[in-house]
Write a protein that binds this ligand. Structure first.
Ligand code: NAD
Ligand code: UD1
Length: 331
């Protein structure tokens, strides 16, 4: 297949491009580089030994999107492009609603216009809100706690309605749990700007000595050791999940959790990082972070049954690969 990947120089997008190319698909990337670097294109090509076409364009711009769709014949699109910082979405809601919703609408319209009938969308487990774990696709979605989460819930509805009105237009709504880790080459990975908000990049910066210690947000949750529990998934497993989703896409709207189905606590992550990488991670327990929930993990059976996909890499591989990339990056 010839696949358009929006946000393809970003963290999850770059790993997915590698797996698409490894599965003999061809890839056209569009990214405005607001949260990624052009060098990632070379790294994708270096890892796979294959070429990609790259457009530095904004996918909220209808003319730019039109130009790309008229230059190529796509079999499908994977739409990663979006803004994703939860805290920033609270202070800049309009930027988030504009970027994340307009991009989804402009791209859907282009798909209908040019007859591109497979649309894979990056959603998030955040759409489940504070539901009972494990989260399963059939659950009623609860209110999200921030504009970022709302853009994911709204994009899911936009794509669902578009598919209902256009029977040829098939959609996969992929709800990611907590992507971590990096490609084993150490060439691509997650490189957030400034001080990271998410756990694994923060732990990696502490390991590197760039940050003094980790603050663990609460140890009084009703979990195995009182710290928050999440379903961490290796980004390469997640990337392979996208290849399965686009290759096996059924007609209509298809919702899939992409997680491992296993919860891991903050302390378990810290201990695995220390043991596998033989490096100390100083930490202190602080207040809970507002908006956090105690536990979030997937029921991952639907993707296994319908897409024949399941996550294979364990926590030890996640912390090993996160650290390898962190050491290689910026040196
Ligand atoms: P990322 O920031 O690394 O990648 C997103 C890419 O999109 C970046 O390269 C950015 O430059 C690009 N982009 C943003 N707006 C654009 C626009 N208007 N036009 C063109 N390019 C644009 O983020 P990521 O972690 O790879 O996430 C990819 C997608 O998955 C996002 O939609 C995100 O919300 C979603 N998601 C991420 C996580 C996570 O924990 N990383 C979890 C759930 C869902
Ligand atoms: C966060 C977002 C969520 C988004 C997801 C993407 C919030 C409130 N939620 O989820 O909307 O979809 O990222 O990956 O930001 N922790 C610490 N110390 C830290 C950082 C995190 O103890 O410095 C703890 C958190 O309390 C949580 C766990 O580590 O229990 C994971 O946190 P994080 O990596 O930020 O992910 P989520 O909170 O699951």
């Amino acid at each position: 297949m010839n696949i358009l990947v929006t946000g393809g120089t970003g963290y999850i997008g770059s790993h997915t491009c590698v797996e698409l190319l490894n599965s003999n698909h061809s890839v056209v990337i569009v990214d405005n580089l607001i949260n990624s670097k052009i060098e990632t294109i070379d790294k994708i090509q270096e890892i796979t030994g294959k070429d990609v076409v790259f457009y530095e364009k904004d996918v909220t711009n209808k003319e730019s999107v039109d130009e790309i769709f008229s230059n190529h014949k796509f079999d499908g699109i994977i739409h990663f492009a979006g803004l994703k910082a939860v805290g920033e979405s609270v202070s800049k809601p309009l930027d988030y609603y504009f970027n994340n919703l307009v991009s989804t609408m402009v791209l859907s319209k282009a798909c209908i216009k040019y007859g591109v009938n497979k649309f894979v969308f990056s959603s998030s487990a955040t759409v489940y809100g504070d539901n009972k774990v494990p989260f399963i696709e059939t659950m009623e979605l609860l209110k999200t706690t921030n504009p970022y989460g709302e853009t994911k819930a709204m994009s899911e509805r936009i794509l669902t309605d578009t598919s209902l009105a256009n029977s040829e237009f098939s959609v996969a709504l992929l709800r990611y749990f907590n992507p971590v880790g990096a490609h084993e080459s150490g060439l691509i990975g997650e490189s957030p700007n400034g001080i990271p908000n998410n756990l694994m990049p923060f732990v990696s910066k502490v390991a590197k000595g760039e940050l003094k210690k980790l603050s663990i947000f609460g140890d009084d949750y009703n979990t195995v050791d009182g710290t928050g529990v999440r379903d961490y998934i290796h980004v390469v497993d997640l990337a392979i999940g996208h290849v399965s989703a686009i290759e096996k896409l059924n007609s209509g709207v298809n919702v899939y959790n992409l997680g491992t189905g296993k919860g891991t606590s903050v302390l378990e992550i810290v201990n695995a990082f220390k043991e596998v990488n033989k490096i100390d991670i100083p930490y202190e327990i602080v207040e809970r972070r507002p908006g956090d929930i105690a536990s979030c993990y997937a029921d991952a059976n639907k993707a296994k049954k319908e897409l024949n996909w399941e996550a294979k890499k364990d926590i030890n591989e996640m912390v090993r690969d996160s650290w390898r990339f962190e050491k290689n990056y910026n040196i």
